[in-house]
Write a protein that binds this ligand. Structure first.
Ligand code: CP3
Length: 350
């Protein structure tokens, strides 16, 4: 009997997402298109990050630079998790840390948000995806992405990066009606945005929950999980593997996985072997500390091999970092790391 593959494309990365056999471990890096690359820095000397994201030719160039330079198994579309905030009626600036004008501080501020947020205004991301797919010509698959509900809500409420998330936690715990209504709007616009990305050619979808680690397990279960579940269930059946990355979420990894993704992305605060044990039935992505990309080559190599050893013999492993590449990263280390993953990840047929 022939099995119908869950995800049709025969790439190493998509096969690993579907927990199928691969010749060697696939690798890509979060924030692989960014300031550590000379081409991106030259682009940024002439254009703002929003100009790059909103001009498909420039976004395509930024997306492809790491693919041209390094043996990576997936591309990720150049965009930012904060773009949908504009579709919801907020103004976002990058300097380069994001700043949101007039953030949501209480229930009455919700009235300022677009009543029926639609992702149509983000059409430029779809155009960039179509352009990148044409240029890639099947070489490697293209990942689309969005921010997860908690991480996006925290930016909308705090107005920028935050250490303690005090305003977010206050709204979440003290105004449950407003909190639910905010998450509901985020889920609706994100669903329409990600469906548009898929329809434009994205072959996998990653949700970034970069600040999930600010939450207790109980807060995650009670205030976040229902929204994240709704989001993933609305994306199921699109034919693209769903990846859910969380930073600092290993204290509630099982609940995090219940959100419903196919692949769970973990950071370096947990061993990959333990992540596999705690995530039966899931593919796992991660989890090298990005600071190690600044280390001397032998230190980096040892750390990468340690992760590969822990994952060896497991189906469904995608090598990545535990968070995004840092701007100080030497590009040569990125190349070396990708080569080592392929070299040492293929030891045993998986
Ligand atoms: O991965 C890629 O290469 C694709 C592009 C991408 C960007 N942002 C472009 C960008 C992706 C996947 C993101 C996701 C993103 N954006 C996240 C989740 C991942 C993570 O690192 O946690 C978050 C939290 C943001 C919000 C954001 N955008 C911040 C906090 C900043 C400023 C500081 C920083 O982290 O770089 C940005 C700006 C931004 N988005 C840059 C890039 C390349 C750097 C700004 C610049 O070019 O000057």
């Amino acid at each position: 009997m022939t099995m119908i593959p869950a995800f049709p494309m025969e790439s190493r990365f998509l096969r690993a997402c579907a927990r199928r056999k691969v010749d060697t471990v696939p690798v890509w890096f979060m924030r692989q298109a960014g300031r550590y690359l000379p081409g991106y820095r030259a682009l940024r000397a002439k254009h703002s990050i929003l100009e790059i994201a909103k001009t498909p030719e420039l976004a395509c160039e930024a997306t492809l630079e790491p693919i041209r330079k390094f043996p990576l198994d997936a591309a990720i579309i150049f965009a930012d998790i904060l773009l949908p905030l504009e579709a919801m009626g907020l103004r976002v600036r990058f300097s380069p840390a994001p700043e949101i004008d007039r953030p949501i501080r209480g229930p009455s501020d919700l009235k300022r948000l677009a009543s029926r947020p639609e992702a149509d205004s983000l059409f430029f991301v779809g155009e960039a995806i179509r352009l990148v797919r044409r240029e890639l010509d099947g070489k490697v698959p293209l990942i689309g992405f969005a921010g997860a509900p908690f991480t996006l809500a925290s930016y909308m409420i705090e107005g920028g990066p935050s250490r303690d998330f005090l305003r977010t936690k206050a709204l979440m715990r003290e105004s449950p009606g407003a909190w639910r209504s905010l998450l509901d709007r985020i889920v609706r616009v994100t669903l329409s945005y990600l469906r548009m990305q898929k329809a434009s050619g994205a072959q996998a979808i990653q949700l970034f929950d970069s600040w999930a680690g600010a939450l207790s397990p109980e807060d995650y279960r009670r205030h976040i999980l229902p929204a994240t579940k709704r989001l993933f269930s609305g994306l199921k059946g699109l034919g693209a593997p769903l990846i859910y990355f969380g930073s600092g979420a290993s204290g509630f990894l099982e609940d995090f996985a219940r959100a419903g993704s196919d692949v769970v992305g973990v950071d370096w605060r947990i061993d990959i072997a333990e992540a596999f044990r705690r995530l039966p039935g899931k593919a796992v992505q991660g989890n090298l500390d990005p600071a190690l990309l600044l280390a001397p080559a032998p230190v980096l190599k040892k750390a990468a091999r340690q992760i590969l050893r822990q994952a060896s013999g497991r189906r469904g492993f995608v090598f990545n970092l535990g968070h995004g590449i840092l701007p100080q990263t030497p590009p040569d280390n990125v190349r070396r790391l990708a080569e080592w993953v392929h070299q040492y990840g293929g030891g045993r047929r998986k």
